[in-house]
Each structure stands twice: as C-alpha cells, then as structure tokens.
Design a protein. Structure first.
Length: 332
C-alpha cells in the first residue's frame, strides 16, 4: 500500500520531485482505489438515490445552472447528478493517466503533467462538494477543504496579457475558466463556419451584426438539409452553451468535472471524417457535418437571412452575409 495518506500528499510530493518514476504508477493505482472507495463510502451515507447513471443521463442534467434550492428534493437531485459526473471523470482521468505507464520519460511529458494538474484540482473539487453535502445533511465532515473557486479581475487581465505573448495564464484557476470560454467560442465558431459565414454586416452602414449563438444552434440542428452526427442532442448542447455563459461571466471555477463532460459530449461535433468523392475517399477535419452542394449554393443563404430577420433586433436591417471560402462542413 501507499505511504501517502491521500492524493493531496501524493501530488505535493510529485511536484517536489520526491516520487521516483519507477514507483509512481504503483503508488498512483493504490491511492486511486483507496480514494475512490472512500468517496463512495461517504456518498453512501447520504440520503441520495443509489441508482447509477450512464454518460447520457449525466450529460442531460449535469449542466443545470441552478445552484440554490428551496426544496430538499431539488438539492438531493443536484448532488446526485454531480456525484455521478465527478466519479465518472475521476475514473476516466485515472485511465488516461495510466496510459502513460509504459511510456519512456513520462515525467517530462507535457500532456502527462497537464493531466495530473487537472486531476489534482479535480480531487480537491470532489472533496469540497462531498464535504458541502455532508454539512447540508447534518453529517459531520471528516475534514473541510479550503478551496478558492472564484477568479478575480486582476489575474484575468494578467492572464490575458500573458496569453497574448504565448505564455501560460497567471495561474491554473484562470486557465480552467479560459477552457470554458474556449468551449463556448468553439461551439459558436463551428455553427457560424458550418454555414459558411465569415461575418454578417448591415449593408446600409457596413457595421457588423452580432448573431447570438443560440439562434445559429437552432437553425443548424432543426434544419433537415444539414446532417449533424446523431450522437449530438440539441438540448444538451444548449445547456452546455448556457452553462459556459454563467461560468465565464460569474468567474466561477466549480464542479470542474463539467468541463471534461462537455468535451466528451461535443467531441463528435469536431471530429474529422472521410467522405466519398466519385471513386475515392477524402479525409476532412470538418467531416462531422454534411450538406448537399445544391442546398448550400442555392437555398441556404436565403433561408438563413429570412430566419435571422425574425429577430426583432435584426428585422429592420439589410443583412449581407460575407462568406468563407471553405465552410466547416462536407459539401457534396
């Protein structure tokens, strides 16, 4: 068994270079089993449904932005979903880290160290929510973790300056928040670029027109002429999109397992694919979405303009779409 009492001691020793690489994974595996068992034991003492959720069930509920509850039943449901999600990610990241077991010089691997950084933060966030739930249900917590879960304007601004110069953020906390921002941006860029939009202007004054991401989301996913992966559910993507707004504008860094779940859910939206062109297969990094060449060239723009002009903020504007040379979709 490990000489370390918990993952926090283990991660601290690793950062201080006090764990030899030859025994790293033996210690890591022992601690993972110990910590997971302890988490499940503590959760089992709470008055929460013991039914297991699969990833789809987790994805449908975990991005709920409500965090204050008047009814105990709502609070219980909140904890249930978050516990299922955090244990799923705790196990998933364990598997991702274990994949480095046979890799030479894994200590020097940037990705490996990034995984450990996230796992360390994940572990602390898991302890926080378990302890919080124990207090709410009148159970004496074994310990109370002190965890900063807000970013301030100073470190956000300094992180912006550093990122401009291709440096790491000010600290890991704004890095997590930036990750959520990039999820939001990736969704909105994907939707815009699927439709071949570079930008949209008011042709009367040349000013850019801001198009809300949720409007493009509805247009793409409710359009029978645009084929998106059937693994993607519009309601879940809407929840993720809304969750990113709250996370970013509030400066929150809580329940960070949600970030990993969002990446899993959205993966098929950004995955490359192949398509047939006469007798050969062509690989495309934009292969997740397809539409016919006839629809794209002859109908899409008119339909999109008519759809956008239903928005009261756009109704009276003369819209002009400036198109991308290559849309982020397979046009066949």
């Amino acid at each position: 068994m490990s000489d370390y009492n918990n993952f926090m001691d283990f991660f601290t020793a690793y950062r201080d270079k006090n764990i030899h690489k030859e025994i790293f994974f033996t210690l890591f595996e022992d601690l993972y089993l110990k910590e997971k068992t302890d988490m499940e034991k503590r959760i089992s003492k709470l008055p929460i449904n013991k039914k297991k959720y699969n990833l789809q069930q987790i994805s449908k509920e975990v991005f709920n932005t409500k965090i204050y509850f008047k009814k105990k039943s709502e609070l219980t449901m909140y904890y249930k979903v978050q516990f299922e999600a955090m244990l799923y990610v705790f196990e998933d990241y364990y598997k991702m880290i274990i994949e480095f077991k046979n890799k030479e010089d894994f200590y020097k691997d940037e990705i490996f160290n990034g995984y450990l950084e996230y796992y360390s933060s994940l572990y602390c966030n898991i302890l926080r929510i378990i302890e919080e739930s124990e207090v709410n249900y009148g159970i004496e917590a074994s310990q109370m973790a002190i965890l900063r879960n807000r970013i301030n304007s100073y470190e956000t601004f300094i992180s912006s300056l550093r990122l401009k110069n291709n440096l790491s953020p000010f600290s890991y906390i704004p890095a997590l928040n930036n990750s959520v921002f990039l999820i939001r941006q990736s969704i909105e860029l994907k939707l815009k670029n699927i439709l071949g939009i570079d930008y949209i202007i008011n042709s009367d004054n040349g000013k850019l027109i801001k198009i809300p991401g949720d409007k493009l989301l509805n247009f793409v996913f409710n359009n029978e002429n645009i084929k998106v992966p059937n693994t993607l559910e519009i309601e879940i993507i809407k929840k993720i999109h809304n969750w990113t707004q709250i996370f970013i504008h509030g400066g929150f860094v809580i329940n960070i397992w949600q970030i990993h779940i969002a990446h899993i859910v959205l993966n098929d939206f950004f995955s490359p694919n192949t398509y047939s062109d006469t007798e050969k297969k062509i690989f495309s990094i934009y292969g997740s979405v397809k539409m016919s060449k006839d629809y794209y060239n002859n109908q899409l723009e008119t339909e999109l303009i008519n759809y956008l002009k239903k928005d009261p903020n756009i109704t009276n504007q003369n819209i002009k779409i400036i198109k991308l040379k290559d849309p982020e979709a397979i046009i066949y």
